[in-house]
Design a protein around this ligand. Sequence first.
Ligand code: ADP
Ligand code: MG
Length: 321
Amino acid sequence: MARRRSTLDEATLIGRYFAGPQALRADVVLGIGDDAAVTRMRRGCDLVTATDALFEGVHYPRGTPPRAIGHRCLAVNLSDLAAMGAKPLWASLALSLPRATGAWLREFSAGFFALAEAWNVALIGGDTVRGPPGATVTVQGEVRRGRHVTRDAARAGDGIWVTGHPGDAVAGRLLLARRGGSPLLRRRFLYPAPRLREGVALAGIASAMMDVSDGLHDDLGKLMRASGCGAELDASRLPLSRQLLAATGPAAARDMALCGGDDYELLFTVPARREAQLARLTRDWAVPATRIGTVRRAAGLRWSLDGKPFRFRDRTFRHFR
Ligand code: ADP
Ligand code: MG
C-alpha cells in the first residue's frame, strides 16, 4: 500500500497475487520488485501505449464478480491496442482497494492472469493503494514501424465494418442488474474478448480503425469526424445476435447495438480495392465482420432502414444507472 497498512502488507500482497503467476517473456529485463520495470523493444518496431481506468459504480456495477473486474480492466486496454493494430507485450496495474482481502484478490488476479496468459502479456509492475475500488491498467504493445492504424484516414467510398455483435454487452449489463437473462449476454459484458488477432491482421488493410466502447453510433461519429468525412449506414445490416433479438426484440436490439456501449468490438473502414483481401482474411475468423455502410464526403451519419431514413432513440448508456 502506498499509504496505510491493510490486513495484508503490501509486499505479501504483491508477492502472493501479482508477482507470481505470469507469462515469462524474454524481453522483460527487469519485472516486478524494483523501482521501475525495464523492457526491451524489438528492432524495427514502434511502441504503442494505452491506459484505461475502471472504477466501481462508474464503469462496472457494485457486486460485479472480482474475477470479471480482473479480466475486464486488462481486456479494455488490450482492445485499445487491437484498435491500433498492435500486438500486446507488457502491462502494469494500479490497484485501488478500500480493504485488501485474500478472497477478493485471488479472484481478481485469476481473472487478470487468465487473460494475460492467453495473450502472453507480462505484468511488469504497478501500484497498490487504499482507496475506492478500482483498477487502472497501462498496456504496451508493438507494431511494425509506422504500421499503426489511426482514426483519421477513412476516405469517401470506403466500406464501414464492425466485428462481432454490438448490443450484446449492454443487454448483459442490464440483465445483470435484474439477475437474470441469457448467460451469453451477461458474459459479453463481464468478459469482453479483445479482438487482438483481428486488429493485428487488419493493419495494412483497414484505412482507419477504433474500438467500440461508448456505443457504435457515438464512436462511428468520432471516427468520421477524425477523418473529416460522414457516412451512410444501413440499420438492417446490424449484426444483431440471436440471443439479443430473443431477449429484447428487433427495435430495442437495434437501439442497444447503436447506443449501448461496452462492446469492445472493432469498427474499421476498408477501401474497395482491399475488399477481396478482407474477405480472404475474415474467412477463418472466430468472429464475424459485417459491412454496415459506406464513408461519404458529407459530414454526419445517415442511417436508413428498409430504404427509409431511420431515427432511433439516441440514449447512450455510458454509465451504469
Ligand atoms: P515503490 O514504493 O518503489 O513504488 P511499491 O512498494 O509500490 O514500490 O511496489 C513494489 C514493486 O511491486 C514495484 O516493482 C511495483 O511496480 C510492483 N507493484 C506494486 N503494486 C503492484 C500491483 N498491483 N501489480 C503489479 N505490480 C505491483
Ligand atoms: Mg509504488
